[in-house]
Design a protein around this ligand. Structure first.
Ligand code: NAD
Length: 729
């Protein structure tokens, strides 16, 4: 069985069918591409063949390039990548020219594509090289070029063709944001040509009736002008200047792919088509050679998928959840009920009062109403989802639940009470999970009669939006409970990481020092503007001061008090508390009361910094270098991640990296904290830490693991990239 098959019909139309064996979705490999090339040669050479339709044997057309292949291509170095990409250009260009006379543009064979469903990445770049694209009327299908999401850009001619087809301005959201459309929207935008009930039949029909002129792409015809204007056309000038500013504003210059894409578009627009393809290939090569794209593909695609598929799942029988009981219908419980019911799991949502339980269920009603108003859901879907949720105060309703997720108040006594109440009715083999964000799992498990079936499943807020779920093993948690939690997370389509029980688990453990470092600098007289911009310029989605405004100052106070109580004299954050406690005294609790480090207007829109800060903590006459502020903010997080790994809280750096990006938005361009250390080099990291330790204190002390990696000259991924634990190493 091969990736493509060729069949010449009695009507003279050759159908090339893409159907990669043993995969549910087609992905392009180098061998597949070579086979496609040979079939195109065959069709063009065969006199009996009048034209070609390329289609798929699966319900979708293709998911894109096999990103593992891209990772391999890199191993050959820049020249090998460039040559490989130019070879792809040659094949797609051959399809586009289809044997026509280059002067008269006559005599080519029509080649069309018929898309049964989703067509992404190379799965759209290939169709874009054909003469006409037909898609099935399949509202579930997604059509687009999402490469930018993993740190690359469409490099098989998609960039050059889309811009020449629709103009830079119209193409921008599809290229720069990876926007995906259903077939009807893709046709309205001009990405594809027709939506048909039977795209294969429609494509054959078109092929049999196509004229010479139908095969000539606008950019190959005489007098072609780029829609919206090329760079030195007055309108085009505005577009390109604006796009450059916009991209820089959004990416802060830290994403090499966005910059390279824009350069490829701009430079390509100034030259003829074939030269533009060469330019595209050069920029694509430069992006593939950039360590950021390697790290982004590794974390955001390869490892994210591996974790979702259960890379760290214990080998026990399937634990698919059928009926989940959720205790506490507050903000978190309501969200967990929604994401569970959405995928068809039966939900019992319990609260102390019926009114509270109903309010929790009403949260789902609200989200579905919003989705309906945006045409993202139907009335029937809403009814079906709500029918899955039983809101009640009666614990007897938990009978038959195979999983419980507890999300009541963050209070050990309350949690212990509901644990006992639930365990009295649920089956003996049910798993009990707590959504606590700060209490040790092993301590809470003491309230359970079955501690090996007790586990932490830590969601992030808002539950329906956040992609990460942190699973925490208590001292006695068994394999079945871990598998249950992982299967549940897979069902609700989120990404799991599995960590061991320790203060703040993984994500909060790293994010709290980031916030604290920002606040510490305020007390030192560092300009808040510098602090916030330094964070954004290194790719953090929110500066530390904005972040603490969002999560609230009083939560900070609560966590500080609890941590101080637990740590006693070893507590290291007195300087931070001074600022935070003072803010709380001033009733500046953050966005929720429209007063924090920032000011907010009546509608809650964020304004400037509050002037009270400058009055209390005047800005020092001499301000630190940008890089120093950035190193402090990044190292505060990264060193916690390394310590968590050294201590075995984190067992797999892949989880550390994926979790950091999805959990708190850690500089995605870097691929995560461990990838960032590899990009930086352990030797340089140790140097930075030694310097920061000398000037700011022991919290920046270089971990032994970094020193060891520096001494041996390897890297975190070289040593632990296959999921090896630090402790075993
Ligand atoms: P919340 O106050 O919004 O909701 C708690 C709900 O539990 C309330 O509706 C309350 O009536 C109910 N409840 C209290 N005692 C009960 C009892 N004995 N029986 C039944 N219901 C009872 O709180 P939340 O923000 O949803 O947090 C819930 C849990 O999730 C906490 O452990 C919290 O630490 C954790 N958590 C919160 C966040 C967050 O961002 N808010 C994030 C992750 C985890």
């Amino acid at each position: 069985m091969a990736d493509f098959t060729y069949a010449l019909g009695a009507d003279g139309v050759a159908v090339i069918t893409w159907d990669v064996p043993n995969k549910s979705m087609n992905v392009m490999s180098l061998e597949g591409f070579a086979l496609l090339d040979s079939f195109i040669d065959k069709a063009l050479a065969d006199e009996a063949c009048k034209g070609v339709v390329i289609t798929s044997g699966k319900k979708d057309f293709a998911g894109g390039m096999d990103l593992n292949v891209i990772a391999q291509m890199r191993a050959g170095g820049a020249q090998a990548i460039f040559d490989g990409v130019m070879q792809m250009h040659a094949v797609l260009r051959k399809i586009e020219r289809a044997g026509m006379d280059p002067k008269t543009l006559k005599g080519g064979k029509p080649i069309a594509t018929a898309l049964p469903g989703t067509a992404l990445g190379i799965g759209l770049e290939l169709p874009l090289s054909t003469h006409r694209i037909f898609a099935a009327d399949n509202p579930k299908a997604k059509i687009g070029l999402p490469e930018i999401m993993v740190g690359i850009f469409p490099g098989a001619g998609g960039t050059t063709r889309l811009v020449r087809k629709m103009g830079a301005m119209v193409a921008a959201p599809f290229l720069l944001e990876g926007k995906l459309s259903d077939p009807k929207k893709a046709r309205a935008a001009g990405i594809i040509d027709e939506v048909a009930e039977d795209p294969l039949a429609a494509a054959k029909e078109w092929v049999l009736n196509a004229k010479d002129a139908d095969l000539v792409k606008p950019w190959d015809a005489k007098g072609y002008k780029m829609p919206g204007g090329a760079p030195y056309h007055p309108a085009g000038f505005m577009t390109f200047v604006g796009a450059s500013a916009m991209v820089h504003g959004k990416t802060m210059g830290v994403y090499p792919a966005a910059k390279a894409l824009l350069s490829a578009v701009y430079e390509g627009a100034l030259v003829p088509f074939d030269q533009a393809l060469r330019i595209e290939a050069r920029w694509f090569t430069s992006v593939l050679m950039n360590p950021s794209s390697t790290a982004m593909i590794r974390s955001l695609f390869i490892n994210k998928e591996a974790l979702e598929k259960g890379a760290n799942r214990p080998k026990v029988a399937d634990q698919t959840v059928k009926k989940v009981g959720i205790l506490g219908a507050g903000m978190m419980g309501a969200g967990i009920a929604y994401v569970s019911a959405k995928v068809g799991i039966e939900v019992v949502l319990i609260d102390a009062a019926q009114e509270a339980a109903d309010r929790g269920k009403a949260y789902s009603t609200g989200l579905m109403d919003k989705a309906i108003s945006r045409k993202k859901a139907t009335e029937e879907q809403k009814e079906a989802l709500l029918a899955k949720i039983t809101a009640t105060t009666d614990y007897a309703a938990l009978t038959g639940c195979d999983l419980i997720v507890e999300a009541v108040f963050e209070d050990p006594t309350v949690k212990a009470g509901v644990t006992a109440q639930a365990e009295a009715v649920i089956p003996a083999d049910a798993v009990f999970a707590t959504n606590t964000s700060t209490l040790p799992i092993s301590m809470l498990a003491k309230a359970s009669a079955r501690p090996e079936q007790f586990i932490g499943i830590h969601f992030f807020s808002p539950v329906d939006k956040m992609l990460l779920v942190e699973i925490i093993k208590g001292a006695q948690t068994g394999d079945v409970a871990v598998a249950k939690a992982l299967d549940f997370v897979r069902q609700i389509k989120k990404t799991p990481i599995v960590v061991n029980d320790a203060r703040f688990f993984y994500a909060n453990r790293c994010i709290i020092p980031y916030i604290n470092e920002g606040i510490r600098m305020v007390a030192e007289g560092v300009s808040p503007t510098l602090i916030e911009n330094a964070a954004k310029l290194v790719g953090m989605p929110l500066g530390p001061l904005q972040l603490v405004d969002e999560t609230s100052i009083d939560l900070g106070v609560k966590i500080a008090k609890a941590t101080r109580a637990a740590m006693g004299d070893a507590y290291p954050d007195g300087a931070v508390d001074e600022v935070v406690f003072w803010m709380a005294e001033q009733n500046r609790l953050g966005r929720k009361n429209k007063a924090g480090f920032y000011t907010y207007d009546e509608a809650g829109k964020r304004g400037d910094f509050w002037e009270g800060i400058a009055a209390k903590y005047p800005e020092a006459a001499e301000q630190p270098e940008l890089a120093e502020v950035q190193h402090r903010l990044l190292m505060a997080q990264v060193l916690e991640a390394v310590r968590a790994f050294e201590q075995g809280v984190l067992e797999d750096i892949r989880e550390g990296d994926v979790g950091a990006i999805l959990g708190w938005g850690f500089a995605p361009w870097s691929g995560g904290p461990f990838s960032w250390l590899d990009i930086l080099g352990a030797g340089r990291a140790a140097e930075i830490c030694d310097d920061l330790t000398a000037r700011f204190g022991t919290r920046f002390e270089t971990p032994a693991l970094i020193r060891d990696i520096a001494a041996k000259g390897d890297g975190f991924y070289a040593r632990f990239g296959g999921g090896q634990a630090a402790k075993a190493a």
